[in-house]
Design a protein around this ligand. Structure first.
Ligand code: TA6
Length: 287
């Protein structure tokens, strides 16, 4: 059985499907956007909305959107695309291989183009490297190919599939300061595990901690490098109603634990230098 297949769906979107000894996965060329990762014999790791829109420059609602070269609104010009432009562009598949552990490596690349140059006037190479094994590792490598420095932010904006938002908790951010986007960006301190009873949109700062999502039948570990901020988001009831690519009750079945370079956690990259942002996702059944 071929481990790797390139498919073109009726929407016209192109994707690479991987099915190796460990897991199956699917990554769209649009945004180098992974939407599925499922270790054999286990639950799907990633949430994807049933109303996801496969069209033009609309980012896919779910999986792991790649937010780059900024997270959230552009720092000085909010007419620029929210969460940057990388997730709305077609990437190039540049490598597929197996490593010594027989994990499948898939690499996509995005470089400057006529659209990006108006939004981010620099030459760059952005590599999204996926390692498909028992765990999923995603690495976003930014290389400055220009002759002047530039500053970037970004995120692996991961949507996790869960059983019930009312019954999960997230460990790892106890006593960490966060800015609460639902309360005028007030600075607060996390007390204990995070639980969900309303809209949550929190940017945790100065933290390199591993987070653990305690779902009903499994723990999902989010281990990160190159990031000292973590965003936790659930749109809850009202925001869910306002999203055309998201069903009203889907907030119950997802939570975002985002590996970010957000707010002041940004990087100045000098010519020919790189920055790597990465996360490793491990789901451990409790049964
Ligand atoms: O996850 C943090 C956040 O910035 C939220 O405020 C919400 O806007 C979310 O990202 C989704 O953004 P999107 O542009 O993908 O709809």
């Amino acid at each position: 059985m071929k481990e790797i297949n390139i498919i073109i769906e009726k929407s016209g979107f192109k994707a690479i499907e991987i099915n190796n000894k460990f897991a199956s996965a699917k990554i769209y060329f649009h945004g180098a956007h992974i939407t599925h990762f499922q270790p054999h014999g286990e639950e799907e790791l990633l949430f994807l909305s049933k109303d996801v829109i496969f069209q033009g420059t609309t980012p896919l609602r779910g999986g792991i959107p790649i937010c780059w070269p900024w997270f959230g609104s552009h720092p000085t010009d909010n007419t620029k695309p929210f969460h940057g432009f990388a997730r709305n562009q077609e990437w190039e598949l540049v490598n597929t291989e197996n490593n010594a552990e027989e994990e499948t490596i898939v690499e996509f690349q995005l470089t400057e183009n006529e659209l990006s140059i108006n939004l981010f006037p620099y030459k760059f190479a952005l590599i999204a490297k996926f390692t498909i094994g028992k765990a999923l590792t995603v690495e976003l490598i930014t290389k400055n190919r220009d002759n002047k420095p530039f500053t970037i932010g970004g995120a692996l904006h991961t949507y996790f599939q869960i059983e019930d938002i009312n019954k999960i908790s997230i460990m790892g951010l106890d006593n960490v300061k966060y800015l609460d986007a639902t309360d005028d960006w007030k600075i607060k301190t996390q007390k204990g595990d995070i639980t969900f009873h309303k809209l949550v949109d929190s940017v945790y700062i100065d933290t390199t901690e591993t987070c653990i999502i305690k779902d009903l039948n499994r723990n999902i570990e989010v281990n990160k490098k190159g990031s000292s901020s973590t965003v936790i988001w659930n749109p809850w009831i009202e925001k869910s109603k306002g999203m055309k690519d998201f069903q009203n009750n889907e907030y119950l079945k997802m939570v975002c634990v985002e590996t970010t370079n957000a707010l002041n956690d940004i990087y100045e990259i000098k010519p020919n230098k790189t920055h790597s942002l990465s996360a490793k996702f491990n789901a451990k059944g409790l049964l």
